[in-house]
Design a protein around this ligand. Structure first.
Ligand code: GDP
Ligand code: MG
Length: 723
């Protein structure tokens, strides 16, 4: 069987993934390109005796390495040398989409145009002369409707035919860039060919054009022959100055103009005819008049988001409770099978609780992603980014940073794990990084029980107001810190907002399901492996060193004595009292052991410092535990305050205990709320951050966020104690 490698490429929203899914069906898998977070999707299909291995390249608008996606797309083409590119274009917007096509043609790789969305073309009353278009571009073209599977067979046949006839032969297209640029290009090509500068990988003309376009990646590669690279740079610089003087423009801009000019000329001569407007077809534009209206747009946006959260959290509650029941059952069963001791404690408290904590988020994450996929596929997400862009730009972020913030808890109750993952839609690495680093400030669902606990202990009357103030603080801090980061360590140009508004569409169920499942599975895989190790570590820190023999025996004796007394009881009242005593003995034992453990000692050791913010050693242990998972804060406080089952309802016993504890007061409560809101992201988030950025940045977030949190908490506490 012959095999061919085919790359699917196209602008975002051209329908590339839909086409890829219809063609490969279930025969596909997702991975990552080494070292970066861009997804690599591959699949295969057999056509007669030919096997087509298909790579779904990341969506991109150009082949200049301005973004990771563009860089990856280009690297796959030159390094893996696929037999041909299937360039998926939205046929209703040929003018824009052919911009990328032209760059494939300039690179020379064989191209088949998949003219997708032909259903929309017909509905709009447009018509496209496909044969004429193919001839003008000297490539093959096929009409498709990816959503309905139309044209799939023709496309596959065309792939087989073209890959056989062109057999991987690259024939670069030559476009004229006008009287100013062309002569310089020729000069550069001359040098490049003489020195054989990178010509093993790229056509000479292409290298010259990319140098003119200011392509950083190619310059980096060019360092292997720094002298030639410098000569080219000199020519580029001279042309740059010349263009600025004579045309008041830059070479990149002129190149883009000529490319569009070329496309224009291709599309003329009856290739595309647009009949007069059909009112129905401008539905998208009409919808946008309302949905992106200055005032109505944002209002509708907030209403929609509110609804989305309501749905997620009401629906998500049931499966989440189910998961908890399941894990409780597992814990009980394990306790039944394994005899009491370290082994039981490790399996139950270390492994089952830790992994259960991670997996219990899965239903929530799935629901959230179903809705986000819907918003994305329908085209609404692009509008959200578009509306918020102006505001976010002031803080060095991007319109697309809105979603990660909201998902992380921008409307109280999200989760930073999917939030950080959602930052993937950001195309600029700097803005993405700033978003990832600040999204964990948001009040996620796991922080809320702690807030409720402290509020009910000290501010019962102002509950709603304080929750609102917390959320507001989170947003203000996220934006301010983003501004700070973007003006210091992640300084650099903002990406211009190039995203166009795609027309609205009904998303397909298959598309949403695949998107959702991919992201959920990624969460399980990423979080699942590391959290297991971390929860075992945390367990060990809170268990060892164990109490000295003598003390343990003391507890054992008292327990045995009490048990005997229970057995000797004659009435229920006596039994109940003794049982209570037994429980409180158990709690006393736990608290003493915790104090003696490594975590306990660390908590005590940190007390002199943490006193600045008003935290005692028990709070310290809870906060350290909270780095593993914020849910742990309440339960650890519970253990540390010698209490059993904790619930964070109003006037719960723990709230009372805290209220009575001299270590706590209103000032330390506010300080704790601020600290918990802002300090280190939880471990699962850190792991996801490390994948999306790097371990270095994850560690930075751990230290930097904690430092900011501590600073603010201390200031608030000191001022609060004075008042
Ligand atoms: P990608 O960004 O290029 O991977 O685009 P997707 O495959 O995610 O498709 C973007 C949107 O266009 C989705 O909502 C698809 O359902 C829709 N879509 C894809 N192909 C067609 C088509 O041929 N006709 C119509 N009307 N919609 C399509
Ligand atoms: Mg896609």
């Amino acid at each position: 069987m012959k095999t061919r490698t085919i790359a699917f490429a196209g602008n975002p929203n051209a329908g590339k993934t839909t086409l890829f899914n219809t063609i490969t069906g279930s025969r596909q898998h997702v991975g990552n390109y080494p070292g970066i977070t861009v997804e690599r999707k591959e699949g295969s299909v057999d056509v007669g005796d030919v096997r087509l291995n298909i790579i779904d390249l990341p969506g991109c608008y150009s082949l200049t390495a301005y973004t990771q996606e563009e860089l990856v797309a280009r690297q796959v083409l030159v390094e893996e040398r696929p037999d041909l590119v299937v360039n998926v274009v939205d046929a209703t917007r040929l003018e824009r989409h052919l911009y990328l096509t032209v760059q494939f043609l300039e690179l020379g790789i064989p191209v088949i145009l998949a003219l997708n969305m032909m259903d929309d073309v017909r509905n709009k009353g447009m018509s496209i002369d496909i044969a004429a278009l193919a001839k003008a571009l000297d490539s093959d073209a096929v009409a498709t409707v990816a959503r309905g599977g139309e044209g799939k067979k023709e496309l596959l046949e065309q792939i087989v035919a073209t890959s056989a006839s062109r057999s991987g032969d690259w024939q670069p297209l030559v476009i004229s860039y006008g009287p100013d640029i062309d002569p310089v290009l020729e000069q550069m090509i001359d040098i490049i060919e003489k020195q054989q500068f990178l010509t093993a990988r790229y056509p000479a003309r292409w290298i010259a054009i990319k140098y003119l376009e200011g392509d950083e990646d190619l310059r980096r590669q060019g360092q292997c022959d720094a002298e030639t690279s410098a000569r080219l740079d000199q020519l580029v610089q001279r042309l740059h100055d010349h263009c600025l003087k004579t045309l008041n423009s830059f070479p990149e801009a002129i190149i883009a103009d000529y490319r569009y000019g070329f496309i224009h000329s291709v599309l003329r001569d009856g290739v595309v005819t647009e009949r007069e407007h059909d009112a129905r077809l401008d539905m998208s534009d009409n919808l946008d008049k309302v949905l992106t209206h200055k005032v109505v747009g944002p209002l509708l946006l907030f209403a929609l988001l509110y609804l989305m959260f309501q749905i997620t959290f009401t629906l998500g509650d049931y499966p989440m409770q189910l998961m908890q029941v399941l894990f409780n059952w597992l814990a009980d069963t394990a306790s039944g099978i394994i005899p009491p001791g370290y082994m039981q404690s490790l399996v139950v408290s270390g492994i089952i609780d830790g992994v259960g904590g991670v997996l219990s988020f899965v239903p929530l994450i799935m629901l959230m992603f179903i809705m986000i996929s819907f918003l994305e596929d329908s085209g609404y997400m692009a509008r959200v980014a578009y509306m918020m862009d102006k505001v976010f730009r002031m803080f060095g972020l991007h319109g697309s940073s809105v979603m990660p913030f909201i998902i992380s808890g921008g409307i109280a109750g999200g989760c930073a794990v999917p939030g950080v993952m959602a930052a993937r839609t950001l195309r600029s690495p700097r803005e993405k990084l700033a978003t990832i680093l600040t999204a964990p400030f948001m009040p996620c669902g796991a922080k809320i029980p702690v807030f409720l606990l402290l509020i009910s202990a000290f501010f019962t009357e102002h509950r709603a107001f304080i929750m609102f103030a917390i959320t507001l603080t989170a947003w203000v801090m996220a934006l301010l810190v983003a501004r700070l980061l973007r003006s210091t360590i992640i300084r650099g140009e903002s990406t211009p907002f190039v995203m166009e508004l795609p027309p609205y569409r009904w998303p397909t169920l298959q598309g949403i399901m695949i998107h959702t499942w991919e992201r959920t599975w990624e969460y399980i895989r990423k979080a699942g492996t590391v959290i297991l190790a971390i929860s075992m570590l945390l367990w060990a820190a809170m268990t060892f060193p164990a109490l000295p023999q003598a003390q343990q025996q003391h507890y054992q004796h008292r327990r045995a004595a009490l048990q005997q007394q229970v057995a000797a009881c004659s009435d229920d009242l006596c039994r109940a009292t003794k049982a209570d005593m037994l429980r409180s003995l158990e709690q006393d034992h736990n608290a003493t052991a915790l104090r003696y453990s490594a975590a306990g000692r660390l908590g005590i050791m940190l007390e002199p410092l943490s006193k600045l913010a008003g935290f005692g050693w028990r709070t310290n242990i809870a906060l350290i535990g909270g780095v593993a998972a914020k849910e742990v804060i309440v339960s650890t406080l519970g253990t540390a305050y010698s209490l059993g089952e904790i619930d964070s309802e109003e006037s719960s016993p723990l709230a009372e205990r805290i209220q009575q504890d001299p270590e706590w007061n209103r000032a330390s409560a506010v300080s704790a709320i601020i600290f918990i809101l802002l300090y280190a992201p939880c471990f699962v988030t850190l792991v996801v951050m490390s994948r999306e950025a790097s371990w270095g940045w994850a560690m930075f977030a751990l230290v930097f966020n904690s430092a900011i949190a501590f600073l603010l908490a201390s200031i608030v506490y000191q001022i609060g104690s004075m008042v």
